[in-house]
Write a protein that binds this ligand. Structure first.
Ligand SMILES: CC(=O)SCCNC(=O)CCNC(=O)[C@H](O)C(C)(C)COP(=O)(O)OP(=O)(O)OC[C@H]1O[C@@H](n2cnc3c(N)ncnc32)[C@H](O)[C@@H]1OP(=O)(O)O
Ligand SMILES: CC(=O)C(=O)O
Length: 532
C-alpha cells in the first residue's frame, strides 16, 4: 500500500526567532539552515526579509540546497497598492523559492488590528498570492488565528482560506495562533475545511500554550492536513511551536502514522536527531531539556530499581522505541531509587565485572542509599560513583594522603588603590612517602585549592597535567542554618572526555575539596595507574 506524503515545514528561523531569549545572527541562520537541509525537511522558513537587517541579509542568497527556502511576511497592507507596499517589495526581491504570507482570517482581528474591511482583507490575500506567483515563487498562506476565527465566524475564515487557494497558493496553513485549541477541535475543524480546500493543500501551524502543539498537529493530520509546521526543540513565540524533534520520530516510528504516511526524512537522518537537537541548543546557548521526548538525556534513563530489573531482561519493558533509532542511548541510573539491577547494569557499563549473587553488591547499594540520604546524588556524578564502587569492590590504590589543607580569603587594595579579593590555598600531601607542600593563589577559594592540588602531585604530576576543571555547581540542601552543601565538579582532559564528581559537607570549601580530590583520583584510575 502506498503511503501518503506529509510535508514538513520548519519555522525555527522565523517563529523560532520570536522566542524570548533567542537572537540569531546571520552566521547562526546559515548554519541552522544547513543542518535542517541535511535533516531533510521540505521547507526552511528563514525569516522576514525587510523586517530587520539580519533577515534582509540572510535572504540576499538562497541558503538551502534541497529544502524550499521560504521568506515570511504580511499580506498587502490595507489602503496601499501592491506596488507601493514596501513589505511586499522586500518579499518579492528576496532570494527565496517560496513566500509564506501571514493573513488575518478572524473577522474581529481584521477590523481591530488591520482597521480594514473584511472584503479589503480578502482582496489583499488574493493580490499578495498572485504577486508571489507572478514573481516565479511558490505561495503559501499562514491563516493567522484560523481556529479562533472559524469558531467566531466560520464563513469568513473559510472565505479567506478559499481566496488564498483560488489565487494559487500551494499550501493553506491553518494556524492556532493563540495556542488554546484542543486536539478534538482541531481535528473537527480541519476535517470541515477539507470539504472546501483539498487536504493535500492544508497545513497546520500549532502553538504550545496548552502543551498540545504536537497533539494538535497530529490531530490536524487525522483531520486531513498534509503539511506540518514546527521548530527544532519546539522553540517559538510564548510557549513555543509544535516540536518537530518530537513529531518527526512519532511520524516515522509509530505504526499508527508510519503505516499510512511518509516524510522526506531518511532513517539515517533520524539517527542524527539527538545530536542535531543538542547542537541546536548549543548554537542558541540554551541548556538541553533533559526530559525532552526522544532526544533528552533522560528520555531513555531508568532510575527505579524495579524498572531496571526488567529493562536488563528486555529493554522494551520500559522503552517505547529503541533509543538508537533517534541517536540516543539507554542509561540505568544509580541512586536511592536503585536496586541491584541498576548497579549491575552500571557496573557492566563501567567494565567492572561482578557476579549477581556477590554480597558486596548489597554493601555498595546500602552505601549509595546512606550517602544519598545525607546529600550525595550519584546519578549526576558518574566518576564519584565509579570510585565508590571500585573501593567497595576492592580496587582503588591509595595514591596519596591529604595531611591538611588551608585556605584564606583576603580583601585588600592593590597598587592602583582598587579593592581586590585574593584567595590563597596551602595543601600538604604525602605522595609515595614524600611530603609535599604546595601554595597557590586563585580568584576564589576553590580555584586556589584546585591550583594548589594540581601544582605538584609528585610522581603523578605528568599524568594529571592535562586535567582541567570545566564546570562547578553548588547546591544548598535543606536551607537554614543546618544547611548542607552539595558541590558537583565537571573535569576534562585532552582526550575530550569529561566526568562529574561530587562532594557534600556543611562547609562549601570542604565539599569542593572532596569533589576535587575525587576528580584527581578518577583521572589516575582512568589513566591506568594501578599502584599507590
Ligand atoms: C502570528 C505571527 O507570529 S506573525 C509574525 C510576525 N512577525 C513579526 O512581527 C516579526 C517582525 N516584525 C517586524 O519587524 C515589524 O513588526 C514589521 C517590520 C513587520 C512592521 O513594523 P511596523 O511597520 O512598525 O508595524 P507594527 O509592527 O507596529 O504593526 C504591524 C502593522 O501591520 C499590520 N498587519 C499585521 N498583520 C497584517 C497582515 N497579515 N496583513 C497586512 N497587514 C498586517 C497591522 O495592522 C499594523 O499596521 P498599522 O501600523 O497600520 O497599525
Ligand atoms: C503565522 C503564525 O506564526 C501564527 O499564526 O501563529
Amino acid at each position: 500500500m502506498s503511503r501518503e506524503r506529509i510535508t514538513l515545514f520548519d519555522t525555527t528561523l522565523r517563529d523560532g526567532a520570536q522566542t524570548n531569549g533567542v537572537d540569531f545572527s546571520v552566521a547562526d541562520k546559515i548554519l541552522i539552515a544547513g543542518l535542517l537541509d541535511e535533516l531533510g525537511v521540505d521547507y526552511v522558513e528563514g525569516g522576514y526579509p525587510g523586517a530587520n537587517p539580519t533577515d534582509t541579509r540572510f535572504f540576499t542568497e538562497k541558503r538551502t540546497a534541497r529544502a524550499r527556502f521560504t521568506a515570511f511576511g504580511m499580506t498587502k497592507r490595507a489602503g496601499v497598492s501592491l506596488s507601493n507596499d514596501p513589505g511586499i517589495a522586500a518579499l518579492l526581491a528576496s532570494q527565496s523559492d517560496a513566500i509564506c504570507f501571514v493573513a488575518k482570517t478572524w473577522d474581529h482581528q481584521v477590523r481591530l488590528a488591520l482597521g480594514a474591511t473584511l472584503e479589503e482583507n480578502v482582496e489583499g490575500i488574493r493580490q499578495s498570492v498572485e504577486a508571489a506567483i507572478g514573481a516565479g515563487k511558490e505561495a503559501l498562506v499562514d491563516c493567522e488565528h484560523f481556529f479562533d476565527g472559524y469558531k467566531a465566524n466560520p464563513a469568513y475564515a473559510l472565505a479567506c482560506a478559499r481566496a488564498a487557494f483560488e489565487a494559487g497558493a500551494r499550501w493553506i496553513v491553518l494556524c492556532d495562533t493563540n495556542g488554546g485549541s484542543q486536539p478534538e477541535e482541531i481535528e473537527a475543524i480541519v476535517r470541515a475545511v477539507s470539504e472546501h480546500v483539498p487536504g493535500d493543500h492544508l497545513g497546520i501551524h500549532a502553538h504550545n500554550d496548552t502543551e498540545q502543539a504536537v497533539a494538535n498537529s497530529l490531530a490536524a493530520v487525522r483531520g486531513g492536513a498534509r503539511q506540518i509546521q514546527g521548530t527544532l526543540n519546539g522553540i517559538g513565540e510564548r510557549c513555543g511551536n509544535a516540536n518537530l524533534t518530537s513529531i518527526i520520530p512519532t511520524l516515522m516510528l509509530k505504526p499508527l502514522y508510519a503505516g499510512r504516511f511518509e516524510t522526506g526524512i531518511s532513517e539515517a537522518a533520524l539517527t542524527g536527531l539527538t545530536q542535531l537537537s543538542h547542537r541546536f541548543d548549543e548554537i542558541v546557548n540554551r541548556a538541553p531539556n533533559r526530559q525532552a521526548p526522544y532526544v533528552g538525556a533522560s528520555a531513555f534513563a531508568t532510575k527505579a530499581g524495579i524498572h531496571a530489573s526488567a529493562i536488563v531482561k528486555d529493554p522494551s519493558t520500559y522503552e517505547h522505541v529503541r533509543p538508537e533509532q533517534v541517536g540516543n542511548h539507554r542509561r540505568v541510573l544509580v541512586s536511592d531509587q536503585a536496586g541491584r539491577s541498576n548497579l549491575l547494569a552500571e557496573l557492566a557499563r563501567l567494565g567492572i565485572s561482578v557476579e549477581k549473587g556477590d554480597r558486596r553488591l548489597d554493601a555498595l547499594l546500602a552505601e549509595v542509599k546512606e550517602r544519598e540520604a545525607i546529600g550525595y546524588s550519584y546519578e549526576g556524578a558518574d566518576a564519584s560513583f565509579e570510585l565508590l564502587a571500585r573501593r567497595t569492590l576492592g580496587g582503588v590504590p591509595d595514591y596519596f594522603t591529604v595531611e591538611s589543607f588551608h585556605v584564606t580569603v583576603e580583601r585588600r587594595h592593590n597598587a592602583l588603590g582598587e579593592q581586590v579579593s585574593v584567595s590563597e590555598a596551602v595543601v600538604k600531601l604525602i605522595v609515595g612517602g614524600e611530603r609535599l607542600l604546595t601554595v597557590a593563589e586563585g580568584n576564589g577559594p576553590v580555584n586556589a585549592l584546585d591550583r594548589a592540588l594540581r601544582k605538584d602531585l609528585g610522581v603523578y604530576q605528568d599524568v594529571i597535567a592535562d586535567l582541567e576543571l570545566v564546570d562547578y555547581k553548588v547546591r544548598i540542601l535543606n536551607g537554614g542554618t543546618e544547611a548542607v552543601t552539595r558541590v558537583l565538579i565537571e573535569s576534562r582532559d585532552d582526550t575530550g572526555e569529561s566526568w562529574m564528581t561530587i562532594g557534600v559537607s556543611e562547609n562549601v570549601v570542604d565539599a569542593s575539596f572532596e569533589a576535587l580530590i575525587d576528580s584527581i583520583i578518577y583521572k589516575l584510575v582512568r589513566s591506568g595507574i594501578r599502584s599507590g
